[in-house]
Ligand binder design. Structure first.
Ligand code: SF4
Length: 238
């Protein structure tokens, strides 16, 4: 079974996940729904969310976004001019809040200086150039850059996270230690389709939380008849 078959099975079981959740104008909490277009502010919110979600569960990043919305500061110009200590308090639920406040301010300042706070201007670049530009920014690593490209810029690149490596490593029974190798494996074996890449990443998270955690529940998992890890009997030795 290849990545496309795994995707189809996950989609038929869990349905569309509609990632990335964003806040509608006038609301305070991000919501999951299919959106044909994102506003400039929603694109900026996704980029901030990708930084806030580093090393923490999404629900904690979401609490930080709600606090930013309540305070009325989820805006490129306001973040760029914010005091680090005050911003850190607002995003405290996301953890590493001092470091993340600095990252958010530097990110917003960069957008302000280079693009007049119009994040879409930055997204006019092709993926390789855009990825390099994001990776050159303070506190933006590969997963964060690719999440911004996939969900905020709406360009097809496969996001790799710890869930992807663990689930992929088990199902396809191949090492997935390197970010780039893992990304190449999925991209080579899937059609280059934005919606598919967006959904697949979210479905991997859903399945990892439901069945394929640190201690996998292989006996109950609906992928066990084709999962190389289970078929090898390795799950019984762990
Ligand atoms: S069978 Fe086990 S290892 Fe394979 S995907 Fe399911 S939970 Fe994960």
């Amino acid at each position: 079974m290849g990545p496309l078959e795994v995707y189809e099975k996950l989609l038929s079981c869990y349905g569309k996940q509609n990632w990335w959740p964003v806040t509608e104008q006038g609301a305070i909490a991000p919501t999951y729904k299919a959106r044909k277009r994102l506003s400039e502010n929603q694109k900026f919110e996704i980029a901030l969310g990708a930084i806030l979600a580093q090393n923490t569960a999404w629900k904690n990043a979401e609490k930080a976004i709600i606090n930013l919305n309540k305070a009325g500061v989820l805006d490129c110009g306001k973040i760029a001019n914010a005091k680090q200590a005050g911003l850190a308090q607002l995003i405290r639920p996301s953890g590493y809040y001092n470091q993340k406040a600095k990252k958010l301010i530097l990110f917003a300042k960069y957008l302000q200086k280079q693009y007049g706070c119009k994040i879409s201007k930055m997204f006019e670049k092709e993926i390789p150039e855009l990825r390099k530009e994001l990776l050159d920014l303070h506190g933006v690593g590969e997963e964060t850059a690719d999440s911004i490209i996939l969900y905020s810029a709406g360009k097809p690149i496969f996001v790799v996270d710890a869930y992807t490596r663990r689930l992929g490593g088990r199902i396809f029974y191949r090492p997935m230690n390197s970010y780039v190798d893992t990304q190449e494996f999925f991209q080579k074996n899937l059609p280059k389709d934005l919606a598919l890449f967006q959904e697949f990443h979210a479905l991997i998270v859903a399945h990892s939380k439901r069945f394929c955690g640190k201690k996998p529940c292989c006996e109950e998992c609906f992928l066990n008849n084709t999962c190389q890890f289970f078929l090898s009997g390795k799950n019984e030795k762990d």
